[in-house]
Design a protein around this ligand. Structure first.
Ligand SMILES: NC(=O)c1ccc[n+]([C@@H]2O[C@H](COP(=O)([O-])OP(=O)(O)OC[C@H]3O[C@@H](n4cnc5c(N)ncnc54)[C@H](OP(=O)(O)O)[C@@H]3O)[C@@H](O)[C@H]2O)c1
Length: 215
């Protein structure tokens, strides 16, 4: 695995690009307005990074991160992502995304929506409950005391193992919440959403999470 594709170059996308470059990956990053609008970021990231369209980023990435407002996931290119691991960082904010009934009634989860859009991809939920700025400040080497942990969820064990290894490289322990449908345990307004947590603390947070209807 050599290249990380990014669809979305905002708070999270740019931070993940920084982490990827720092850890020796090539990065192909895209947004909605076009590659020319990413010149400053590419200048900062250096020769390992290039700007592209979402379609090109999807084609180029060995792993591809989708990190855009949830309301736009229907725009994500489908064919070039077939067979690939796709990391989903997205959260649901009705004020920003409009109301999505199946998320309001919790009959599905944000990552399952992306998986339904990308049926031939292996979607793994990750990086959705850490503030963007902390991605480059909170990582520590494996084995460090009180190392911060991040949750993943996904339906493909191999894809989850790959993402766990990536998180470890980026400086974080991983807590596996289970299949994508368990991703609700780390959605907006759950105990683990936002605060800095070790793996042990995060497991307790996942167990303590409640459905919106039970709040
Ligand atoms: N900010 C955080 O701390 C944080 C933490 C965890 C998770 N998240 C979640 O992660 C996702 C990204 O958050 P963010 O804060 O990075 O958002 P952001 O700063 O608003 O950036 C969004 C990025 O997505 C791009 N984009 C929008 N629509 C697109 C489309 N149809 N195709 C390609 N690119 C598109 C935007 O490009 P243009 O600017 O060209 O439109 C922009 O680069 C959201 O779902 C958010 O809820 C955010």
């Amino acid at each position: 695995m050599k290249t990380i594709g990014l669809i979305g170059a905002g708070h999270i996308g740019s931070q993940l690009a920084r982490l990827a470059v720092k850890n020796g990956y090539d990065v192909v990053i895209s947004n909605s307005r076009g590659p020319e609008t990413l010149a400053d970021l590419i200048g900062e990231l250096g020769p390992r990074a290039r700007a592209a369209t979402p379609d090109e980023a999807a084609k180029a990435g060995d792993i591809v991160v989708v990190t855009i407002p949830l309301k736009n996931v229907g725009d994500v290119p489908v064919a070039p992502l077939a067979g690939k691991i796709v990391i989903d960082t997205n959260n649901y904010y009705p004020q920003r995304d409009g109301h999505i009934p199946e998320l309001d009634n919790e009959s599905t989860t944000t990552a399952e929506l992306l998986q339904a859009h990308l049926p031939a991809s292996k979607v793994v939920k990750a990086f959705n409950h850490i503030y963007a700025a902390q991605l480059t400040t909170d990582g520590k080497p494996a084995g460090s005391k009180d190392r911060r942990a991040l949750v993943i969820a996904g339906d493909d064990a191999g894809a989850k193992a790959t993402v766990t290894a990536l998180l470890d490289q980026f400086g974080f322990d991983t807590v596996d919440a289970g299949p994508l449908k368990e991703g609700w345990r780390i959605q907006r307004d759950t105990p683990g959403y936002g605060p800095r947590r070790t793996a042990e603390e995060l497991r307790k947070d996942l167990a303590a999470a409640r459905r919106y209807a039970d709040h």
